[in-house]
Ligand binder design. Structure first.
Ligand code: HPA
Ligand code: ZN
Length: 324
């Protein structure tokens, strides 16, 4: 079964490129760019990855991202992830990036985007991996700042399929970004949002009603409300669930307590994803395997999860011909 999981073709729909920064690359970029890290060596970095909630992770994640300076740095970061995709039989990936994390440090939007884009092009040629880019707004910042970021993205509109919403969830509800999401929709972007990761299931209803998203990222708190569960089943909207992230950030104490199997059995369109693999101890296959081992998924359920990942992607009908 482990061979089956490792070799089944998959798509990944919830991956923060800054969250794929492995400690080794973090250290080498810090040295090259003369950035001081609060760690003496790689082991100290790994030891620091002991999180109690989302915020305790985000603090380290934003600090780690400070080593990314040049276009080549963003290229290297992205290409390293794509090499992992190739090894793990990920044929298609939809990658989040957080421009504000970088523009607020004085890095040009174009430096970030062009570095990522070049790596995606090379992986398409070298590994036949297809990809899309999703630009996320940081929800702890203002809607006005999100509007500025949307403005900067317009020059690169053809390179960005969707707009997303991430960072500190509690206290920053989807309603805070209603206007900027409306504008993004008018401009033709697809929409996603992190909702119901550790905040109330009500944030999922808000993301659906006020932001009109095409997918929900995480969404595991839906289980708190029967009516919402029925709504998600009826809509067949995808939830991009990230099991190792959820246990590392203490959304669930153990993988045995994770609700992904319950949601799958209920008929909700769930997918498995890695979120920030360098911080949470595993890429996509490790997420599948952890769930399989803890919750005893059937082979049929593994196939269903892999199918859901392609069916819920933003691959267009025309592009789908490539997968038949
Ligand atoms: N949640 C919110 N923001 C994030 C995450 C996450 O899991 N990962 C990176 N930014
Ligand atoms: Zn995420």
């Amino acid at each position: 079964m482990l061979d089956f999981i490792n070799n089944i073709p998959k798509a990944e729909l919830h991956l923060h490129i800054e969250g794929s920064l492995e400690p080794e690359l973090m250290f080498s970029l810090a040295q090259k760019n003369n950035i001081k890290l609060p760690y003496k060596n790689i082991q100290e970095v790994k030891d620091a990855y002991n999180f109690t909630n989302l915020q305790s992770f985000l603090d380290l994640y934003y600090n780690g991202a400070k080593v990314l300076i040049t276009q080549q740095d963003f290229y290297d970061l992205t290409f390293e992830y794509l090499k992992k995709c190739h090894k793990q039989k990920i044929l298609h990936t939809e990658i989040f990036f957080d421009p504000q994390t970088h523009t607020h440090r004085g890095i040009e939007f174009s430096t970030v985007l062009n570095g990522i884009k070049q790596a995606l092009n090379d992986a398409k040629n070298e590994f036949k991996i297809s990809s899309k880019l999703i630009m996320c707004f940081l929800r702890h910042l203002s809607q006005e700042d999100a509007f500025k970021t949307l403005e900067q993205a317009l020059e690169f509109k053809e390179d960005i399929i969707a707009i997303g919403l991430d960072s500190s969830e509690i206290g920053n509800p989807p309603s805070k970004f209603e206007k900027v999401f409306k504008k993004a929709k008018e401009l033709g972007f697809k929409l996603v949002a992190h909702a119901g990761e550790e905040a109330s299931y009500e944030y999922i209803n808000e993301a659906l009603d006020l932001l009109e998203v095409n997918r929900i990222d995480h969404g595991v708190q839906a289980i708190q409300n029967e009516q919402l569960m029925k709504r998600l089943k009826q809509m067949q909207i995808a939830l991009t669930v990230c099991p190792l992230s959820n246990t590392k950030l203490k959304v669930f104490e153990t993988m045995q307590e994770h609700n992904i199997k319950k949601m799958l059995d209920f008929g909700i369109n769930v997918t498995i994803n890695s979120d920030d693999p360098a911080y949470f101890g595993g890429y996509l296959n490790e997420n599948f395997i952890a769930v399989y081992k803890a919750l005893d998924l059937s082979k049929q359920q593994i196939i269903q999860l892999a199918k859901n990942s392609f069916n819920s992607s933003f691959i267009s009908i025309e592009e789908k011909q490539d997968y038949i």
